[in-house]
Design a protein. Structure first.
Length: 40
């Protein structure tokens, strides 16, 4: 996992399916969504 300017980048390889997954998450946006979910 890497963090570049507040963006998390995660690479995962699934050997049984021969697939590579790439996850990208903006930390600030994710925090806002979590706060909204908590309040509502």
């Amino acid at each position: 996992m890497w963090n570049v300017n507040g963006i998390d980048i995660d690479l995962t390889y699934n050997d049984s399916r021969n697939s590579l997954n790439i996850g990208i998450q903006n930390e600030r946006f994710f925090a806002e969504v979590e706060a909204y979910a908590r309040d509502n």
